[in-house]
Design a protein around this ligand. Sequence first.
Ligand code: AMP
Length: 287
Amino acid sequence: MRVVGSAAALRRALAAVRGSGRSVGLVPTMGALHAGHRSLVERAVADGRHVLLTIFVNPLQFDRAADFEHYPRSLDADLEAAQVMGVDTVFAPGADEMFPVPPVTTVSVRGLGERWEGASRPGHLDGVATVVAKLFSLAGPCAAYFGEKDFQQLVLVRRMAADLSMPVEVVGCPTVREADGLACSSRNALLGPAERRAATVLSRALAAGRAALSLVGTQPCAAAGAMAGVVAAEPLARLDYAAAVDPATLEAPSAGAVPDEVRLLLAAWVGPVRLIDNCAAPVGNNR
Ligand code: AMP
């Protein structure tokens, strides 16, 4: 496994890879690697790609300075884990390498980037789109692997790549969960023991939302109510948003045009840690 820190070294390494006829599989991360990241790498390996894992805690996507400061960082352990996962090249640039000066050219995805995470964390999704566009530019033609865990991010990146004709195939991968249902996340490391137990409230709320929707005649907004009810019953948790949305637009479906399947989106604070989760939910036959 090769580790590079500069854009120039990355470009040289990838030119050699392409020269040997292999395609590149890009896995962008912010480090603190866990089983969710591993699943993206494994998918890229299974697809026969030269796996390029990037590790960069992107300052542009943090709406609160304290969140950026406290975000878990573990580069040495990450490099060991990446090797075991089967990564071929790691790009781990310093902040000065990625953004020597604050960029004045940024990417915003209108609509998709303004709802839910975009509304709760102003600037967050612009920061994501901008850094992902930059990583796509550095990586060149490739397949890029993103987790459904960050469903809005996945939909937004796919749309950005299509709108701007980026030579990137965006591949979505299922959410990996702990045994008790909590979605793997680097932020889980910030939970205290009682908060960690309480954090299962997100997956429990999603299950309640799915169950509500499976009842014939239920409208999607009832699922949002069911999710909110479960979160309200957990003393250590505070709801940010709960919604049942069209998986393509991430807008609430209008009453007359409910799709066969919606996406349940959930964000909640557990103690001081903000967590998100989501799942697909078939809609009971309303017709
Ligand atoms: P992050 O390091 O949190 O920015 O995540 C890097 C990539 O890993 C993103 O595409 C995430 O959606 C994905 N990811 C994070 N957690 C999970 C998970 N539990 N299951 C699957 N993919 C995940």
